[in-house]
Design a protein around this ligand. Structure first.
Ligand SMILES: Nc1ncnc2c1ncn2[C@@H]1O[C@H](COP(=O)(O)OP(=O)(O)OP(=O)(O)O)[C@@H](O)[C@H]1O
Ligand SMILES: [Mg+2]
Length: 222
């Protein structure tokens, strides 16, 4: 489902701030597999997820997702690719602060052909699953970190994507909510979704529904 081949990413190439974030990374994640990208802070996990999401272009190397070459997709095709295939949960939530919880959750459904009622139903179900429905009319900027994270999770899943990319999804959740997130990963795994989680949270290590652990240290695969 996801094939990463010899991916290298250099930020600020040729400048004094040049950073080699990823060096010659290769791995495959099969359809229906759950994979962890693990490694210390600054090792390149978020950069790699952003490349898989076609939010960043690698300096060299190839990425195939579901048969599509995405390393060099022009921006308009990249956003179509994301909309049709991916749900993401970012480290920094990326909520729109001036919109309500419900409006944020609905965002990925706006370009679809669904009716207003269908959109509201899907949003309601996603908000209930992540215990945030009681805040549905609150503005995102007024939520606590953990609440914002739950909105981000509900938004990532509202579209029923076949691939879910999560960057430190439990970073702002308490241990009870982290465990409920794990339960949800297990359910998604059982539904056949392909899941990639970048994390250093040991709660994810050695779980039976995690099929692969890819370790990156200072941009290199271990
Ligand atoms: N846009 C950017 N411009 C320049 N350097 C960047 C950029 N994004 C990331 N980097 C650098 O690339 C390296 C990898 O960063 P990345 O965010 O991928 O690490 P990470 O493994 O996700 O870390 P963390 O666990 O702290 O989230 C770091 O040295 C970082 O400073
Ligand atoms: Mg990161």
């Amino acid at each position: 489902m996801i094939k990463v081949k010899n991916v290298t990413k250099i930020f600020n190439e040729g400048k004094p701030t040049q950073t080699l974030a990823l060096k010659d990374i290769s791995f495959d994640i099969l359809e229906g597999e759950s994979a962890l990208l693990k490694g210390p802070s600054g090792s390149g996990k978020s950069t790699l997820l952003a490349i898989i999401a076609a939010l960043l272009k690698p300096t060299s190397g190839d990425v195939d997702v579901d048969g599509q070459k995405i390393a060099k997709l022009p921006d308009n095709f990249a956003s179509l690719y994301r909309r049709e295939n991916l749900g993401f949960i970012f480290q920094k939530f990326n909520l729109i602060p001036t919109l309500s919880v419900e409006e944020n959750v609905i965002l990925p459904l706006i370009p679809s052909d669904l009716s207003k009622e269908e959109i509201e139903e899907k949003a309601k179900s996603a908000m209930s699953k992540f215990s945030i429905i009681h805040k549905k009319d609150d503005l995102a900027k007024n939520l606590s970190g953990g609440e914002q994270q739950r909105v981000a999770i509900a938004r990532a899943l509202v579209n029923d994507p076949k691939i879910i990319l999560a960057d430190e999804p439990t970073a702002n959740l308490d241990s009870k909510l982290s465990k409920s997130f794990l339960e949800f990963v297990k359910i998604l795994h059982d539904e056949g979704k392909t899941i990639v989680i970048a994390t250093h949270d040991p709660i994810f290590f050695d779980l039976d529904f995690i099929d692969k652990e890819i370790e990156i240290i200072r941009g290199k695969m271990q």
